[in-house]
Structure formats: structure tokens, C-alpha cells
Design a protein around this ligand. Structure first.
Ligand code: URA
Length: 238
């Protein structure tokens, strides 16, 4: 469900503000009925007409993208760096990323035009697990990582309990591979959490997002989610 003015704006007829004007002027019908108040929720099954002409509601689409390092999780960049949308030039719908991955982080990024699901997934209360694998400086040990399972203070706010696994350690290189599962999405969260326990991140990749993983994709590739995957994703949001 989405707000009527947003649906009209998304159909490309006009801006959100002007769409509000069309509604209050009584020029919009939903399933044949004039709607004059703002904020009415409509679904893709509702027939929306402006001045008697039905608008084409964009169908929701969902893409799973393997973001390479060195790409911005944005729609545009004023410094002309590569952005994720550069990879979606062939996709007709106006999709945008669900949350962000840092410029130097690779891995699973979802893109969709479903604003509602996007908001749901990004809200920490829905507890969608995200699994990260980090190469860190130093030899990690369990005791060192334990505080992350209870939550630590970062920028004055406690993080939600996380889960970790030490995947390997390399005495020669003095580095370790650590897997961290979190459900929040604060800025640089994994890097900040690992740094706080004395393990600065050298390389970071997101491997899972709720029920989804990167299987079958190489960096820079994407695929559309199946209907089943979309419903699994929706169900993963508590
Ligand atoms: N945490 C980080 O520090 N960086 C990311 O890109 C994602 C999570």
C-alpha cells in the first residue's frame, strides 16, 4: 500500500506536491470514487484515475545486486564516481537501493521501487539479519569479540546484540576473517563495532540479507528476485 499522492507522482504525471493539488481539487478517483483527502492508501490493484484517465501504476520489482568495491550506493554522485544505478541502465523501473553499503564494501545490495518494503527492511525493529564477512587486522579471539554479543556503545548509542564467528586467523599476515551478523544499519556499523574491540576492518563484504545470498552472482551482476524470494523477504521482517 502506498499513499495516493505518491502513486500519482510515481506514475510520472506530476510532482508529489502537484499530485496533492489534483487530489484536493477533486480530480482524482480511486475505483470510481472521488477522493479529496490526502494520505489515502492505495494498492497496485486499485484503479486510480486523474481527470478520468487511468494512470499506469508501476509494478513492484526487486533486484539482488552484487555490489563491487569502489561503487557508491546512491542514485547519482556529484563527484561523478560510479554509482549502483549505473548497473541498472537497462531496467525501465525507477529502482533505488535499500540502505547502503560503503564505497569500499562489496556484497549484497537490494534495489526496488517498493517504498514500503524498503522502509520495513531498513527499520531495525524488524530485525532482518545481515551477515558480513570482514578481514580484520590482528588475531581475533572469542573473548575480544564477546562484548559485541551484548551490545557496545558507539557514538553514544548501544548496538543491538550481534552474533560472530571467527572463520580463520593468519599468524603470518597478522589478520583474521570474522563473520558478524547484525540487524541494524547504522553508518559504518560493522567497521565501527570491530574497531571498538580492537580489530580494524581491512576489507568488508555483505554475504546475506535475511534469507538471500549472493550465490550464482559475480561482482557487478544482478538478478531479479522470484515471487517466492520476495515473500520470504517480507516474512523475514518480524
Ligand atoms: N557496516 C559497515 O561498516 N560498512 C558497510 O558498508 C556496511 C555495514
Amino acid at each position: 500500500m502506498e499513499r495516493l499522492q505518491k502513486v500519482i507522482a510515481h506514475a510520472g504525471i506530476t510532482s508529489r506536491r502537484k499530485a496533492e493539488g489534483l487530489i484536493t481539487e477533486g480530480r482524482v478517483r480511486v475505483n470510481g470514487q472521488v477522493i479529496k483527502e490526502l494520505g489515502v492508501q492505495v494498492s497496485s490493484k486499485d484503479v486510480v484515475e486523474v481527470d478520468g484517465i487511468p494512470i499506469e501504476q508501476e509494478q513492484h520489482v526487486y533486484y539482488l545486486f552484487y555490489k563491487p568495491r569502489g561503487v557508491i550506493s546512491a542514485v547519482t554522485d556529484d563527484k561523478k564516481r560510479k554509482v549502483v544505478l549505473d548497473y541498472f541502465a537497462e531496467v525501465p523501473e525507477r529502482v533505488y537501493p535499500v540502505g547502503r553499503l560503503d564505497y569500499d564494501t562489496s556484497g549484497l545490495l537490494l534495489l526496488t521501487n517498493d517504498g514500503e518494503l524498503s522502509q520495513t527492511l531498513m527499520h531495525p525493529k524488524h530485525e532482518v539479519d545481515k551477515v558480513y564477512v570482514a578481514k580484520v587486522k590482528g588475531i581475533a579471539d572469542k573473548k575480544q569479540l564477546l562484548p559485541l554479543t551484548k551490545g557496545i556503545r558507539i557514538e553514544g548509542r548501544k548496538t543491538a546484540p550481534a552474533r560472530f564467528e571467527i572463520l580463520s586467523t593468519d599468524q603470518t599476515a597478522q589478520s583474521s576473517i570474522v563473520q558478524l551478523t547484525i540487524h541494524e544499519g547504522r553508518n559504518h556499523q560493522v567497521k565501527n563495532m570491530l574497531k571498538a574491540v580492537g580489530l580494524p576492518v581491512q576489507k568488508l563484504k555483505r554475504e546475506n540479507y535475511g534469507p538471500l545470498d549472493l550465490k550464482g552472482l559475480r561482482p557487478g551482476e544482478y538478478r531479479e528476485l522470484s515471487k517466492k524470494e520476495v515473500s520470504q523477504l517480507k516474512n523475514s521482517a518480524k
